[in-house]
Write a protein of this length. Sequence first.
Length: 121
Amino acid sequence: MPIRRESFRYLLLKIIPKDNIELDKEKLHSALLNSILTLFGEMGLVESKFKLLIFAQEKNLAIARCAKNFLNNFRAAIALITNLNSEPALIFIVRVSGTIKSIKKQVLSYYSFNKNKNGNQ
């Protein structure tokens, strides 16, 4: 009998720092890990299969991956993050998808829409 492949969900995250603080991938990764550990413990962290795939520092966007059955728990963990290494910041989920390809497409359309909206080209 073939082994069933595990399904994941990909999340596009928007990070909003309070003051123009310097964000980096390590700060975001540790904040997400600590939030999951605090809420769900080590078993929850293993169950989440969390991975921070892409971090675009200039756009304050990140793409994270988690297990499909852990998505609601992962949303709760993200909602409770209020700072990144004692620097105030908020994290919002812009979109959730089953493929990373559609998330990358969303990033391109999101920024082209915002550029047109603001009058920049």
